[in-house]
Design a protein around this ligand. Structure first.
Ligand code: FES
Length: 568
């Protein structure tokens, strides 16, 4: 018996099914539950609490609320841990570990006697890893996120991690604030449990999970410390039990149409560039190939209607007060496929078919006909510098830099960047284009959030320059930053052939990104390249052997759905 319910589900193999069940029950009894409790369907609660993940600090209380809901609906809640990824506590970068966490999630869901799972995550890589793992595991699953932090204050200004972290650090580097001031800011940026307070990667992925139908309505934006988050957790636990009877597995919710909705929502909320990689990876687990071209087309037909940092000025708690995702989805209704199903058991159409009037008292969400910006947040650039594409978040860029031809100033690695960016001898002018090589999935490795690297110290007063790299950038960052250049320098991409003094052409409207150097010169440079050495062993070796490029979602090739693996 391998497909029963509850403890009869996925039995350990001893060539004697009855013995397996007897043995499992005898150990289960050690929990002290009654026969009635042990006979219920089992809802696994994946709890990514860790003392090295401060964003998940409120999970111990939240998990109790989930359990209440599961008990109320007639299930047996059993909590278990997986790898937890606290964004700022990981070396070399959390992206190096997203796929590892997704493997842990998938394997542990499939290995244990679970009828459904509640996926508890929040910090940047945890939500994509949970959704990737759950997509591959194929067991009914529902997501619960930590919720955003509340904002702090410094001298009358509101502060929220981490757009304001970067803004004040840039001011400190420019000498506009002193040591005492930056220390006070440091103490006021992250003042509660929860994920970053702006539309960074964590908030973006939470909003997109709601748009994908993997979370109960309204769950993306409830602040981490609000009592409503506990009520939402309880409802999530209840709904997890309902998913078992309906057999609502992730593939029935995260369909091609649901991903198209999510891509549209990403543009409309001014979400993180990281989400493009994560959505591609999640879809890839389900055999759905997301193309950058599709993403780009959606950008030009989707206005930006949410005014959150870093693209705008408000914080997640403001977005929540303004109605959160249910209000944003109401505004976007005519642009979405409303037949997509959700974990609530309802379609998007049924969820949105409620009395609704636009909240006119706020200026965080705008009506579709009166958006903050007429076009979506991101564009895809292509050219000989990025044959497989590069991403520019135009909503967070300086408009005067969106079309420019300039001289390249090249840094060959993160180490080279650190060594020279503030050198008084650096040959650089405000008109130049800064290029960072070897910071991609293979090159760094792990594609760190280094793409919004600092303006050289000798250009005091300059607030933005075009920066091009194969790295990512934090969803909380801003500037005219061209990222995810694919193929990356370390994989033989043209980016690795750029030399200081070359001329680069950027044209966001025309979607162009070109290195204006003749082919013969580039071929000669290519012949001089040396491939990077493989790590001697371990996870680093596995990562280097199997990591895919940014336009494919940076998943491991062997983890993608077999149909996509066959397509190469
Ligand atoms: Fe966890 Fe920003 S560091 S969400």
């Amino acid at each position: 018996m391998s497909s029963g319910q509850g403890f009869a589900n996925r039995l350990t193999q001893y060539s004697d099914t009855a013995f397996s069940l007897y043995l499992r029950r005898s150990f289960a009894r050690s929990m002290g539950y009654s026969d009635e409790a042990l006979g219920k369907p089992i809802v696994g609660i994946i709890n990514t609490y860790s003392e090295l993940n401060t964003c998940h600090r409120a999970f111990p209380e939240l998990v109790q609320a989930v359990k209440r809901g599961v008990w109320q609906a007639g299930g047996l809640p059993l909590e278990f841990p997986t790898i937890s990824l606290g964004e700022v506590f990981l070396h070399p970068t959390s992206m190096m570990l997203r796929n590892l966490m997704s493997m842990d999630v998938e394997v542990m869901i499939k290995a244990q006697p679970l009828d459904a799972v509640v996926l508890m995550g929040g910090c940047d890589k945890t939500v994509p890893a949970l959704l990737m793992g759950a997509a591959s595991a194929g067991v009914p699953a529902i997501l619960l996120v930590a919720g955003p932090m509340l904002t702090g204050h410094y001298e009358g200004q509101r502060l929220g991690a981490c757009t304001d972290c970067r803004r004040f650090w840039a001011m400190y580097r420019r000498g506009e604030i002193d040591e005492t001031a930056i220390q006070r800011v440091e103490s006021s940026l992250a003042v509660t449990a929860g994920t970053c307070a702006v539309m960074g990667t964590a908030s973006t992925m939470a909003c997109l999970a709601e748009a994908l139908g993997m979370m109960l309505p309204g769950g993306a934006s409830i602040p981490a410390v609000h009592a409503d988050r506990l009520r939402h957790a309880e409802a999530t636990g209840k709904q997890a039990v309902a998913l078992i009877a309906a057999q609502l597995t992730p593939d029935k919710l995260m369909t091609r149409a649901a991903f198209a909705n999510a891509l549209r929502v990403l543009q409309a909320i001014g979400g993180s560039t990281n989400a493009i990689i994560h959505l591609t990876a999640i879809a890839g687990r389900l055999g759905i190939a997301l193309e950058l071209a599709q993403f780009d087309a959606i950008s030009d037909t989707t206005p930006l209607i949410v005014n959150l940092k870093p693209a705008g000025s408000a914080y997640m708690e403001d977005f929540h007060r303004a109605g959160g995702m249910p209000a944003a989805l109401q505004e976007l209704k005519t642009l979405l496929d409303l037949d997509c199903r959700t974990v609530s058991g309802q379609t998007l159409r049924e969820i949105l078919d409620v009395p609704y009037s636009f909240p006119t008292w706020q200026d965080v969400i705008r009506p579709l006909h009166e958006p903050f910006k007429p076009l979506g947040a991101h564009v895809v650039l292509r050219g000989n510098l990025a044959p497989d594409g590069a991403i520019l978040k135009r909503a967070a860029a300086s408009p005067q830099l969106l079309r420019k031809t300039g001289r390249a100033v090249v840094f060959s690695s993160l180490q080279d960047l650190a060594a020279r960016i503030d050198s008084p001898d650096l040959d650089v002018t405000p008109d130049d284009i800064l290029v960072l090589q070897n910071a991609g999935p293979l090159g760094a490795p792990g594609m760190p959030e280094a793409g919004n690297f600092p303006i050289p110290a000798r250009l005091k007063g300059v607030k933005d320059m075009i920066r091009i790299s194969d790295a990512r950038m934090s969803g909380t960052a801003y500037g005219t930053i061209i990222l995810h250049v694919s193929p990356e320098a370390a994989a033989g991409g043209t980016l690795g052939l750029v030399r200081s003094g070359d001329v680069i052409e950027v044209d966001a409207a025309q979607r162009k990104l070109n290195l204006l150097v003749d082919g013969a010169t580039l071929n000669a440079r290519r012949a001089q390249q040396t491939p990077i050495a493989p790590p001697p062993r371990g996870y680093e070796w596995l990562f280097q052997q199997h990591i895919q490029q940014a336009h494919l979602g940076c998943d491991f090739d062997f983890l993608r759905h077999q149909e996509l693996q066959a397509m190469g």
